[in-house]
Design a protein. Sequence first.
Length: 134
Amino acid sequence: MLAGGIFVSLSACVSGAQGPVDPDAPFEPEYLGIETRLLDRDYEGDDLIAFDVKMRGARGRADVAAYADCAVAQYALIRGYGFARHLRTNIKNEAGVWQGDAIYSISAALPRGSRTIDAEVVRANCVETDIPTV
């Protein structure tokens, strides 16, 4: 169910676990923006959000996943939530432009599952690692 659409142009953020990053590879990222879509809102107030991220200069899938994680962390905090749960991320590279299609649920309380994100901790990591946030 599509409850609404929002486009947010962000030069945003994150840390993800989507495959290895070559630490010796040059890293000069260019963050090309994020599109967000509210997919659903449940009766308890939790939101299901899709993030489409684009960047150049990624060293691999983990850089794209990190960008999406930073975006959801800041998005959750802006909306008064403290946590997110990563549901899935599809990543592709076309002509040097890396694209990630990620879905998260955001909530006020720590969600169940092993792929949870503490928005404050992730946002701090994004600042520390120079991944831009909103």
